[in-house]
Design a protein around this ligand. Sequence first.
Ligand SMILES: Cc1cc2nc3c(=O)[nH]c(=O)nc-3n(C[C@H](O)[C@H](O)[C@H](O)COP(=O)(O)O)c2cc1C
Length: 358
Amino acid sequence: MIPKEILLKIIKAGSLAPSADNGQPWRFKITEQQDVELFRHPGMFEKDLSVLKEVSLIGHGAVIENMRIASAYFSYQMRVDFFPDAGNSNLVARLNFDARQDKDLYLASLYNFITKRCTNRSPYKNAALTELENKKLTGAGDDFKDVMLKIIADKESVRGLAEAVSTNERVVLSNPVLHKYFFNLIRFSQSKTEQTQNGMHVRTLAMPPPAEMIFYLCKYWPIMKFLSFFGLIKTIARQNSKIYQNSAAFGVLLIKEPSPINFINTGQAMQKIWLQATALGLQFQPTAAVPYYAREASEKNNPIFGGNEKELLLSAYKTIKKISADPNLTVSFVFRIGQGLPPRARTTRLELSKLLIA
Ligand SMILES: Cc1cc2nc3c(=O)[nH]c(=O)nc-3n(C[C@H](O)[C@H](O)[C@H](O)COP(=O)(O)O)c2cc1C
Protein backbone atom coordinates (compact mmCIF):
# COMPACT_ATOMS: atom_id res chain seq x y z
CA MET A 1 0.00 0.00 0.00
CA ILE A 2 1.09 3.55 -0.67
CA PRO A 3 2.46 5.21 2.50
CA LYS A 4 0.11 7.77 4.02
CA GLU A 5 2.64 10.63 3.91
CA ILE A 6 3.09 10.21 0.14
CA LEU A 7 -0.67 9.96 -0.33
CA LEU A 8 -1.10 13.25 1.54
CA LYS A 9 1.51 14.92 -0.69
CA ILE A 10 -0.38 13.69 -3.77
CA ILE A 11 -3.68 15.03 -2.39
CA LYS A 12 -1.99 18.33 -1.52
CA ALA A 13 -0.85 18.62 -5.16
CA GLY A 14 -4.46 17.98 -6.23
CA SER A 15 -5.73 20.72 -3.94
CA LEU A 16 -3.53 23.32 -5.66
CA ALA A 17 -5.53 22.98 -8.89
CA PRO A 18 -7.28 26.02 -10.35
CA SER A 19 -11.06 26.37 -10.17
CA ALA A 20 -13.50 29.01 -11.39
CA ASP A 21 -13.12 32.08 -9.13
CA ASN A 22 -11.07 29.86 -6.78
CA GLY A 23 -14.21 28.26 -5.36
CA GLN A 24 -12.32 24.92 -4.80
CA PRO A 25 -15.49 22.84 -5.15
CA TRP A 26 -13.92 19.53 -4.05
CA ARG A 27 -13.32 17.27 -1.06
CA PHE A 28 -11.12 14.16 -0.60
CA LYS A 29 -11.70 10.96 1.33
CA ILE A 30 -9.00 8.38 2.07
CA THR A 31 -10.48 4.87 2.20
CA GLU A 32 -9.26 1.92 4.31
CA GLN A 33 -7.47 0.53 1.22
CA GLN A 34 -5.61 3.88 0.85
CA ASP A 35 -7.62 4.78 -2.25
CA VAL A 36 -8.71 8.38 -2.61
CA GLU A 37 -12.29 9.34 -3.37
CA LEU A 38 -12.74 12.74 -4.98
CA PHE A 39 -16.09 14.42 -4.31
CA ARG A 40 -17.80 17.45 -5.75
CA HIS A 41 -18.69 20.01 -3.12
CA PRO A 42 -21.41 22.06 -4.87
CA GLY A 43 -21.50 25.77 -4.05
CA MET A 44 -24.68 27.62 -3.17
CA PHE A 45 -25.02 29.15 -6.65
CA GLU A 46 -25.38 25.85 -8.52
CA LYS A 47 -29.13 25.88 -8.00
CA ASP A 48 -29.34 29.15 -9.99
CA LEU A 49 -26.61 28.49 -12.54
CA SER A 50 -26.68 24.88 -13.72
CA VAL A 51 -23.60 25.46 -15.88
CA LEU A 52 -21.47 25.76 -12.72
CA LYS A 53 -21.61 21.98 -12.48
CA GLU A 54 -19.69 21.48 -15.72
CA VAL A 55 -17.33 24.31 -14.79
CA SER A 56 -16.71 22.54 -11.47
CA LEU A 57 -15.90 19.30 -13.32
CA ILE A 58 -13.18 21.10 -15.29
CA GLY A 59 -11.58 21.99 -11.94
CA HIS A 60 -11.88 18.34 -10.88
CA GLY A 61 -10.06 17.35 -14.06
CA ALA A 62 -7.24 19.68 -13.01
CA VAL A 63 -7.17 18.11 -9.53
CA ILE A 64 -6.89 14.62 -11.08
CA GLU A 65 -4.12 15.75 -13.46
CA ASN A 66 -2.10 17.31 -10.61
CA MET A 67 -2.49 14.05 -8.66
CA ARG A 68 -1.44 11.97 -11.69
CA ILE A 69 1.66 14.16 -12.08
CA ALA A 70 2.49 13.99 -8.34
CA SER A 71 2.07 10.20 -8.45
CA ALA A 72 4.56 9.95 -11.32
CA TYR A 73 6.97 12.16 -9.36
CA PHE A 74 6.79 9.83 -6.33
CA SER A 75 7.13 6.74 -8.62
CA TYR A 76 3.51 5.62 -8.45
CA GLN A 77 0.99 5.07 -11.18
CA MET A 78 -2.48 6.44 -10.47
CA ARG A 79 -5.50 4.59 -11.83
CA VAL A 80 -8.74 6.52 -12.17
CA ASP A 81 -12.23 5.09 -11.98
CA PHE A 82 -14.60 7.89 -13.07
CA PHE A 83 -18.07 8.13 -11.45
CA PRO A 84 -17.74 4.69 -9.75
CA ASP A 85 -21.06 4.98 -7.89
CA ALA A 86 -24.04 5.26 -10.25
CA GLY A 87 -26.16 6.42 -7.32
CA ASN A 88 -23.91 9.33 -6.37
CA SER A 89 -22.92 11.75 -9.12
CA ASN A 90 -20.96 13.82 -6.60
CA LEU A 91 -18.40 11.03 -6.33
CA VAL A 92 -16.32 12.13 -9.32
CA ALA A 93 -13.56 9.54 -9.16
CA ARG A 94 -11.91 6.81 -7.14
CA LEU A 95 -8.14 6.88 -7.45
CA ASN A 96 -5.68 4.16 -6.56
CA PHE A 97 -1.95 3.95 -6.62
CA ASP A 98 0.59 1.26 -7.63
CA ALA A 99 4.32 1.51 -7.09
CA ARG A 100 6.19 1.77 -10.37
CA GLN A 101 9.85 1.40 -11.37
CA ASP A 102 9.75 2.98 -14.83
CA LYS A 103 8.35 6.39 -14.10
CA ASP A 104 7.06 8.74 -16.78
CA LEU A 105 9.85 11.32 -16.65
CA TYR A 106 8.03 14.01 -18.60
CA LEU A 107 4.98 13.82 -16.37
CA ALA A 108 7.16 13.79 -13.23
CA SER A 109 9.06 16.86 -14.48
CA LEU A 110 5.84 18.91 -14.35
CA TYR A 111 5.49 18.34 -10.58
CA ASN A 112 7.75 21.28 -9.68
CA PHE A 113 5.52 23.64 -11.63
CA ILE A 114 2.34 22.80 -9.69
CA THR A 115 3.12 25.42 -7.03
CA LYS A 116 4.41 27.93 -9.63
CA ARG A 117 1.35 27.82 -11.94
CA CYS A 118 -1.05 30.74 -11.54
CA THR A 119 -3.43 33.02 -13.39
CA ASN A 120 -1.97 36.24 -14.73
CA ARG A 121 -4.52 38.92 -15.72
CA SER A 122 -1.96 41.69 -16.41
CA PRO A 123 -1.11 42.93 -19.91
CA TYR A 124 1.40 40.67 -21.70
CA LYS A 125 4.26 41.66 -24.02
CA ASN A 126 3.43 42.01 -27.66
CA ALA A 127 5.57 39.04 -28.75
CA ALA A 128 4.65 35.92 -30.71
CA LEU A 129 5.09 32.33 -29.47
CA THR A 130 8.21 30.64 -30.77
CA GLU A 131 7.93 27.48 -32.84
CA LEU A 132 9.28 25.44 -29.94
CA GLU A 133 6.75 26.92 -27.48
CA ASN A 134 3.95 26.16 -29.91
CA LYS A 135 5.16 22.59 -30.34
CA LYS A 136 5.54 21.94 -26.60
CA LEU A 137 2.10 23.35 -25.79
CA THR A 138 0.45 21.30 -28.50
CA GLY A 139 2.34 18.19 -27.33
CA ALA A 140 1.15 18.73 -23.74
CA GLY A 141 -2.46 18.47 -24.85
CA ASP A 142 -1.87 15.25 -26.81
CA ASP A 143 -2.66 12.75 -24.01
CA PHE A 144 -6.38 13.42 -24.11
CA LYS A 145 -7.76 12.10 -27.37
CA ASP A 146 -11.29 13.42 -26.83
CA VAL A 147 -10.09 16.98 -26.27
CA MET A 148 -8.67 18.98 -29.17
CA LEU A 149 -6.41 21.99 -28.67
CA LYS A 150 -6.26 24.82 -31.17
CA ILE A 151 -3.71 27.58 -30.75
CA ILE A 152 -4.79 30.72 -32.58
CA ALA A 153 -2.12 33.33 -33.11
CA ASP A 154 -2.98 35.36 -36.22
CA LYS A 155 -3.62 38.98 -35.24
CA GLU A 156 -7.08 39.31 -36.68
CA SER A 157 -8.39 36.15 -34.99
CA VAL A 158 -6.77 37.15 -31.69
CA ARG A 159 -8.55 40.52 -31.93
CA GLY A 160 -11.88 38.80 -32.66
CA LEU A 161 -11.47 36.38 -29.77
CA ALA A 162 -10.39 39.16 -27.38
CA GLU A 163 -13.55 41.08 -28.12
CA ALA A 164 -15.78 38.00 -27.89
CA VAL A 165 -14.42 36.75 -24.54
CA SER A 166 -14.67 40.22 -22.97
CA THR A 167 -18.46 39.93 -23.35
CA ASN A 168 -18.13 38.02 -20.07
CA GLU A 169 -17.33 41.25 -18.19
CA ARG A 170 -20.36 42.96 -19.76
CA VAL A 171 -22.73 40.22 -18.69
CA VAL A 172 -21.26 39.45 -15.26
CA LEU A 173 -21.46 43.07 -14.17
CA SER A 174 -24.93 43.75 -15.58
CA ASN A 175 -26.72 40.58 -14.49
CA PRO A 176 -27.85 40.48 -10.81
CA VAL A 177 -27.33 36.70 -10.34
CA LEU A 178 -23.86 36.62 -11.93
CA HIS A 179 -22.92 39.85 -10.14
CA LYS A 180 -23.81 38.28 -6.77
CA TYR A 181 -21.99 35.02 -7.60
CA PHE A 182 -18.84 36.89 -8.73
CA PHE A 183 -18.60 39.38 -5.84
CA ASN A 184 -19.30 36.61 -3.35
CA LEU A 185 -15.83 35.28 -4.22
CA ILE A 186 -13.92 38.59 -4.39
CA ARG A 187 -11.89 39.38 -1.28
CA PHE A 188 -11.14 43.03 -0.54
CA SER A 189 -8.91 42.47 2.49
CA GLN A 190 -6.10 40.16 3.46
CA SER A 191 -7.93 39.14 6.65
CA LYS A 192 -11.00 38.01 4.67
CA THR A 193 -8.72 36.05 2.31
CA GLU A 194 -7.02 34.33 5.24
CA GLN A 195 -10.32 33.63 6.96
CA THR A 196 -12.10 32.09 3.95
CA GLN A 197 -9.03 30.57 2.22
CA ASN A 198 -10.95 30.68 -1.05
CA GLY A 199 -12.02 33.24 -3.66
CA MET A 200 -9.81 35.88 -5.25
CA HIS A 201 -8.14 38.82 -3.55
CA VAL A 202 -8.87 41.96 -5.59
CA ARG A 203 -5.11 42.31 -6.33
CA THR A 204 -5.21 39.10 -8.39
CA LEU A 205 -7.49 40.96 -10.82
CA ALA A 206 -4.51 43.20 -11.68
CA MET A 207 -6.37 46.52 -11.85
CA PRO A 208 -4.68 49.91 -11.48
CA PRO A 209 -5.31 51.26 -7.89
CA PRO A 210 -7.97 53.91 -8.81
CA ALA A 211 -9.95 51.24 -10.68
CA GLU A 212 -9.71 49.00 -7.60
CA MET A 213 -11.50 51.66 -5.54
CA ILE A 214 -14.34 51.99 -8.04
CA PHE A 215 -14.51 48.21 -8.24
CA TYR A 216 -15.00 48.07 -4.47
CA LEU A 217 -18.13 50.20 -4.85
CA CYS A 218 -19.32 47.97 -7.68
CA LYS A 219 -19.93 45.13 -5.24
CA TYR A 220 -23.09 47.01 -4.16
CA TRP A 221 -25.69 46.21 -6.81
CA PRO A 222 -27.52 49.60 -6.73
CA ILE A 223 -24.17 51.41 -7.20
CA MET A 224 -23.20 49.01 -10.00
CA LYS A 225 -26.49 49.75 -11.75
CA PHE A 226 -26.05 53.47 -11.26
CA LEU A 227 -22.48 53.45 -12.64
CA SER A 228 -23.54 51.38 -15.62
CA PHE A 229 -25.68 54.34 -16.80
CA PHE A 230 -22.40 56.20 -17.29
CA GLY A 231 -21.01 53.41 -19.45
CA LEU A 232 -18.73 51.87 -16.79
CA ILE A 233 -19.43 48.26 -17.76
CA LYS A 234 -18.74 48.84 -21.44
CA THR A 235 -15.54 50.70 -20.55
CA ILE A 236 -14.30 47.79 -18.41
CA ALA A 237 -15.09 45.28 -21.18
CA ARG A 238 -13.36 47.48 -23.78
CA GLN A 239 -10.23 47.87 -21.62
CA ASN A 240 -10.05 44.14 -20.96
CA SER A 241 -10.53 43.40 -24.64
CA LYS A 242 -7.45 45.59 -25.36
CA ILE A 243 -5.42 43.70 -22.72
CA TYR A 244 -6.52 40.37 -24.19
CA GLN A 245 -5.61 41.50 -27.74
CA ASN A 246 -2.05 42.01 -26.63
CA SER A 247 -1.46 38.30 -26.13
CA ALA A 248 0.76 36.03 -28.17
CA ALA A 249 -2.13 33.64 -28.79
CA PHE A 250 -5.42 32.23 -27.62
CA GLY A 251 -5.85 28.54 -26.93
CA VAL A 252 -9.21 26.84 -27.34
CA LEU A 253 -10.13 23.34 -26.12
CA LEU A 254 -12.87 21.55 -28.03
CA ILE A 255 -14.96 18.48 -27.29
CA LYS A 256 -17.50 16.55 -29.34
CA GLU A 257 -20.31 16.91 -26.81
CA PRO A 258 -20.82 18.54 -23.42
CA SER A 259 -20.71 15.38 -21.23
CA PRO A 260 -19.36 15.17 -17.64
CA ILE A 261 -16.40 13.00 -18.66
CA ASN A 262 -15.49 15.39 -21.48
CA PHE A 263 -15.43 18.29 -19.02
CA ILE A 264 -13.16 16.31 -16.68
CA ASN A 265 -10.87 15.49 -19.62
CA THR A 266 -10.90 19.18 -20.56
CA GLY A 267 -9.68 20.02 -17.06
CA GLN A 268 -6.89 17.43 -17.30
CA ALA A 269 -5.74 18.75 -20.68
CA MET A 270 -6.02 22.38 -19.50
CA GLN A 271 -3.89 21.67 -16.44
CA LYS A 272 -1.16 19.86 -18.34
CA ILE A 273 -0.98 22.62 -20.97
CA TRP A 274 -0.94 25.28 -18.20
CA LEU A 275 1.90 23.51 -16.35
CA GLN A 276 3.83 23.17 -19.60
CA ALA A 277 3.27 26.90 -20.25
CA THR A 278 4.56 27.64 -16.74
CA ALA A 279 7.63 25.49 -17.40
CA LEU A 280 8.26 27.57 -20.54
CA GLY A 281 8.02 30.80 -18.49
CA LEU A 282 4.80 31.86 -20.26
CA GLN A 283 1.92 33.75 -18.62
CA PHE A 284 -1.58 32.30 -18.82
CA GLN A 285 -5.14 33.48 -18.18
CA PRO A 286 -8.32 31.47 -18.68
CA THR A 287 -10.88 33.61 -20.54
CA ALA A 288 -13.34 30.82 -20.45
CA ALA A 289 -16.74 31.98 -19.24
CA VAL A 290 -18.62 33.02 -22.42
CA PRO A 291 -19.20 29.49 -23.80
CA TYR A 292 -20.51 28.32 -20.39
CA TYR A 293 -22.94 31.20 -19.94
CA ALA A 294 -23.98 30.97 -23.60
CA ARG A 295 -24.94 27.32 -23.01
CA GLU A 296 -26.94 28.35 -19.95
CA ALA A 297 -28.59 31.19 -21.90
CA SER A 298 -29.60 28.91 -24.76
CA GLU A 299 -31.58 26.63 -22.44
CA LYS A 300 -35.30 26.95 -23.01
CA ASN A 301 -37.07 29.41 -20.68
CA ASN A 302 -33.83 30.32 -18.95
CA PRO A 303 -34.78 32.79 -16.20
CA ILE A 304 -31.30 34.23 -15.57
CA PHE A 305 -30.42 36.22 -18.67
CA GLY A 306 -32.62 39.22 -19.46
CA GLY A 307 -32.50 42.22 -21.80
CA ASN A 308 -29.94 41.76 -24.54
CA GLU A 309 -27.69 39.47 -22.45
CA LYS A 310 -28.78 36.29 -24.20
CA GLU A 311 -28.09 37.75 -27.67
CA LEU A 312 -24.75 39.17 -26.53
CA LEU A 313 -23.63 35.79 -25.18
CA LEU A 314 -24.87 33.75 -28.13
CA SER A 315 -23.30 36.12 -30.64
CA ALA A 316 -19.95 36.11 -28.76
CA TYR A 317 -20.03 32.31 -28.57
CA LYS A 318 -20.76 32.11 -32.29
CA THR A 319 -17.70 34.27 -32.97
CA ILE A 320 -15.50 32.06 -30.73
CA LYS A 321 -16.70 28.95 -32.55
CA LYS A 322 -16.33 30.50 -35.98
CA ILE A 323 -12.74 31.56 -35.32
CA SER A 324 -11.68 28.40 -33.55
CA ALA A 325 -13.56 25.45 -34.85
CA ASP A 326 -15.85 23.30 -36.73
CA PRO A 327 -19.29 24.64 -35.66
CA ASN A 328 -20.33 21.14 -34.55
CA LEU A 329 -17.76 20.99 -31.76
CA THR A 330 -18.34 22.36 -28.25
CA VAL A 331 -15.86 24.88 -26.87
CA SER A 332 -14.99 23.69 -23.37
CA PHE A 333 -12.17 26.08 -22.41
CA VAL A 334 -10.53 29.27 -23.73
CA PHE A 335 -7.30 30.88 -22.53
CA ARG A 336 -4.82 33.53 -23.56
CA ILE A 337 -1.09 33.11 -23.34
CA GLY A 338 2.05 35.18 -23.79
CA GLN A 339 5.25 36.52 -22.34
CA GLY A 340 5.15 38.95 -19.46
CA LEU A 341 6.08 39.77 -15.88
CA PRO A 342 4.73 37.47 -13.17
CA PRO A 343 1.51 38.58 -11.42
CA ARG A 344 1.64 40.84 -8.33
CA ALA A 345 -0.71 38.66 -6.29
CA ARG A 346 -1.63 35.00 -5.91
CA THR A 347 -4.71 33.16 -4.64
CA THR A 348 -4.81 31.04 -1.46
CA ARG A 349 -6.06 27.49 -0.92
CA LEU A 350 -8.08 25.75 1.76
CA GLU A 351 -5.76 23.87 4.10
CA LEU A 352 -5.76 20.11 3.71
CA SER A 353 -7.52 19.45 7.04
CA LYS A 354 -10.58 21.31 5.71
CA LEU A 355 -10.60 19.31 2.48
CA LEU A 356 -10.35 15.80 3.95
CA ILE A 357 -13.64 14.15 4.89
CA ALA A 358 -14.15 11.05 7.02
C1 LIG B 1 -12.85 26.26 -15.48
C2 LIG B 1 -12.17 27.57 -15.15
C3 LIG B 1 -12.65 28.75 -15.71
C4 LIG B 1 -12.02 29.96 -15.44
N1 LIG B 1 -12.47 31.10 -16.05
C5 LIG B 1 -11.80 32.27 -15.86
C6 LIG B 1 -12.18 33.44 -16.60
O1 LIG B 1 -13.11 33.41 -17.41
N2 LIG B 1 -11.47 34.57 -16.38
C7 LIG B 1 -10.41 34.64 -15.50
O2 LIG B 1 -9.81 35.70 -15.35
N3 LIG B 1 -10.03 33.53 -14.80
C8 LIG B 1 -10.69 32.36 -14.96
N4 LIG B 1 -10.29 31.22 -14.29
C9 LIG B 1 -9.12 31.30 -13.40
C10 LIG B 1 -9.51 31.15 -11.92
O3 LIG B 1 -10.16 32.30 -11.45
C11 LIG B 1 -8.24 30.86 -11.13
O4 LIG B 1 -7.71 29.66 -11.57
C12 LIG B 1 -8.50 30.76 -9.63
O5 LIG B 1 -8.89 32.00 -9.12
C13 LIG B 1 -7.25 30.26 -8.87
O6 LIG B 1 -6.17 31.10 -9.10
P1 LIG B 1 -4.79 30.57 -9.72
O7 LIG B 1 -5.08 30.06 -11.10
O8 LIG B 1 -3.89 31.76 -9.74
O9 LIG B 1 -4.30 29.46 -8.83
C14 LIG B 1 -10.90 29.99 -14.56
C15 LIG B 1 -10.42 28.79 -14.02
C16 LIG B 1 -11.04 27.59 -14.30
C17 LIG B 1 -10.49 26.31 -13.73
